[in-house]
Design a binder for this molecule. Structure first.
Ligand SMILES: [Zn+2]
Length: 457
């Protein structure tokens, strides 16, 4: 059966499906997978399992449309799919959100409808949350109840449709139903495993188990952790032409890896993400530590309502922000986990505990020294902000206590000139080479200290 956007619904035999209402009494609201009409000869004993098994042998299901209908007193969200999938809907507070968890899907949404911003829905986003798990996150302007979510079979040229009706409710009512599925608090690293509607095959853990005690540092290759900001469901900022921060910083990260690996084995490079996938901020720090990084470089791109502002700037960690702009930027970058719908209660919240102790002072000094070195090289490749290009604030991703770390904002996607440059491979290569040269200089300067450490008893 052909659909509106050229997508094909593969299992046309499933067109006659039962449509079942959600279970609304529990916190987690699994969307029932439609059950084929029983046939005496071929009815499988486990139709849901059979469907999933079938699906795993073919291309992943695709989300092919997203529509939003705002009416007085309610808002309807329709997510259109090429295949039936197991979905899990739940709500979260602080800020109020509705999360729709899906197995990993392809995103083939053409034109989606944007909320007016005045109704129940403030905004929404979608993307890969982690391997095997795609996700929609809907930000709410007010507490809302999810009424009777349903999965509808293909009809009238549309594919399978997941329909959610949101209606205003009281904060108390919203809070009483909000929470992680099964009532369990789910952290960034085990989110999928605890969701009953997750794919049959559990994805591998995001971060490897803690490594044994690190061996003493040798004079071998330096380990450079290159952290492309955002990813997956969190696109970061975007430019006038639709260029997305997450894509540009990943491209620069790949160029930086190439530049460093072409330096005769002086560096080993570990990317916190190699693809368009979301990684929680705390996990980025864990990846750096698990790989015993010598230096952490986080790549981002900024946005400013004053579109004339352009140029790169660099940030290091501090408990008091150097200025209001830096504080605001750190607040924005630290929102990544909230944007992706990660549980931020208790110890899972890397933003809540930016406390810098004395042991971290030495690391901070080395971070500052590296930041200043970058500012000697970067102007060769790209424009750098003319005033105070080095600032500091409480960036959660720079929190690794023992690894010097900087966050580079490579420019502004709000500035048309910066955006035009960012689109070119030449700019990406030049910026990567400038950062690689800064890393050369940083470690060249550190040799005497490394030798002293090696010589110490
Ligand atoms: Zn960013």
């Amino acid at each position: 059966m052909r659909l509106g956007r050229g997508m094909t619904v593969r299992r046309a035999a499933l067109a006659a499906l039962l449509v079942l209402p959600f279970v609304t009494s529990s916190q987690a609201q699994p969307v029932p997978t439609p059950v084929p009409r029983p046939s005496p000869s071929t009815a499988p004993s486990d139709p849901i399992g059979a469907l999933i098994a079938q699906q795993s042998q073919s291309a992943p299901p695709a989300v092919i449309g997203m529509r939003l209908a705002e009416q007085t007193g309610s808002t309807r969200i329709v997510v259109e799919l090429s295949d039936p999938v197991r979905a899990n809907v739940f709500t979260l507070t602080s800020p109020n959100r509705v999360v729709i968890d899906l197995p990993e899907v392809l995103w083939r949404i053409g034109q989606d409808s944007k909320p007016s911003g005045k109704g129940i829905v403030q905004s929404y986003r979608y993307g890969l949350f982690r391997q095997g798990n795609s996700r929609f996150v809907i930000d709410l302007n007010q507490p809302a109840r999810v009424n009777m979510p349903q999965l509808l079979p293909p009809e009238g040229g549309f594919g399978f449709r997941l329909v959610l009706d949101l209606a205003p409710t009281t904060p108390e009512e919203f809070a009483s139903h909000a929470g992680w599925p099964n009532g369990s608090r789910i952290g960034p690293s085990n989110a999928v495993a605890a969701i009953p509607a997750a794919p049959v095959v559990a994805p591998p853990p995001l971060v490897a188990a803690p490594a044994p005690a690190p061996p003493a540092k040798s004079n071998g290759p330096k380990i450079i952790i290159v952290d492309a900001g955002h990813g997956g469901i969190d696109p970061g900022t975007h430019g006038g032409t639709g260029l997305q921060e997450k894509d540009i910083v990943l491209a620069v990260a790949h160029e930086l890896r190439t530049a460093l690996e072409s330096r005769g084995g002086r560096y080993k490079v570990k990317l916190t993400r190699d693809t368009d996938v979301f990684i929680p901020l705390g996990d980025r720090v864990k990846i750096a530590r698990a790989n015993k990084g010598d230096l952490f470089v986080s790549l981002h791109i900024d946005f400013n309502d004053h579109h004339e502002i352009r140029g790169a700037s660099i940030y290091t960690l501090s408990d008091d922000a150097s200025d209001r702009e830096a504080a605001k930027l750190a607040g924005k970058e630290n929102m990544s986990d909230v944007i992706a719908g990660v549980d931020l209660t208790g110890e899972n919240n890397p933003v809540a505990s930016i406390l810098i102790d004395l042991a971290q002072r030495d690391t901070m000094n080395r971070s500052v020294r590296f930041a200043e070195t970058v500012l000697t090289q970067l102007p060769v490749a790209t424009m750098v902000r003319p005033t105070t290009p080095h600032r500091s604030a409480g960036f959660a991703v720079l929190k690794g206590p023992d690894i010097p770390a900087v966050l580079i904002e490579l420019g502004y996607l709000s500035n048309p000139q910066d955006e035009a440059e960012m689109e070119t491979t030449g700019w990406r290569k030049n910026v990567a080479e400038a950062v690689a040269k800064s890393i050369d200089k940083h470690f060249a300067g550190a040799v005497p200290q490394a030798q002293r450490q090696a010589a110490a008893p």
